[in-house]
Design a protein around this ligand. Sequence first.
Ligand code: NAP
Ligand code: F7E
Length: 294
Amino acid sequence: MPTALITGITGQDGSYLAELLLSKDYQVIGMARRSSTVNYERINHLLDDINVVQGDLHDQGSLLAILEEHKPTEVYNLAAQSFVPASWSQAVLTAEVTALGVTRMLEAIRLFDRSIKFYQASSSEMFGKVLEVPQKEDTPFYPRSPYGVAKVYGHWISINYRESYDIFATSGILFNHESPRRGLEFVTRKITDAVARIKLGLASELRLGNLDSRRDWGFAGDYVEAMWLMLQQEKADNYVIGTGETYSVREFCENAFGFVDLDYKDYVVQDPRFYRPAEVDLLISDPSKAREEL
Ligand code: NAP
Ligand code: F7E
């Protein structure tokens, strides 16, 4: 039975990936950081089938200890400070977790067992102020947030450990992926949650930032399958995963409100509090390499 370690098991992608790996008869070890109250909302239904262990990307010793105790054959590094606005207000923490955390896990693998396959959760935010349309694996990066900068570090340190130590370190450059399990502060769930509240008479408006930014949105449940496929290849590599279609936040609002016969213009208020110091205006993927090879 193969054993996989998932960091970020309590997050959106962690929960879907755990379900996928269980369906493939993996033993699943999920790493969660200690907190004063447990936040297993997304994995409560899996607790009988997975093994949740405590560890933190800040803490090198905890990572090494988990590898030594559970001996995974695959490590999916999904843990991160992943909310882009918080990366300006907590820039150093974002660098510690989202950037240096990757090195800590790679170091643990280098010291314990270099044959472990490693997946790094890279992001389309690395393309930022895009230098090419659509974006593919060799499109140069121009990150626009401390989060994007941290992910560029994580991407390159994974490639560096691949080239320096021959570790199977793969980087999945995933475009936005959403689901009912998406955190409520991200724009898709913020909108759909508000639409439901407004329809039920529980709220009267929705305050948003930039309605004109465009994203390539996919479904998280599909994207975790791509992660797994990447680790089943013969060689570690970099892959862009996206839909190849782009829509604006405004179009998303039109559709979500329209779904319950409401007009978004009657409820959406643009609020400068939700504008970002630097915006990523347009993301659209070219996932042809992944389509061919995976
Ligand atoms: P998410 O829902 O925000 O989950 C992040 C996970 O990281 C949570 O389990 C969180 O634990 C954990 N975490 C945060 N800091 C940690 C630390 N110091 N030590 C250990 N665990 C820590 O994110 P997601 O949407 O599932 O995304 C998964 C990964 O893919 C992230 O690395 C994200 O940056 C990346 N990514 C996401 C997208 C997307 O569209 N979703 C696209 C590209 C890349 P708590 O529950 O305790 O907070
Ligand atoms: O914003 C605009 C906002 O926060 C999408 C993370 O998973 O995907 C995610 O990052 C767009 C931005 O996601 C509001 O300005 C307008 O242009 O849902 P989001 P994100 O920043 O694209 C990437 C790929 C990741 O890697 C990240 O981890 O929507 N927007 N008004 C708003 N966004 C939010 N959150 N809230 C608003 O009120």
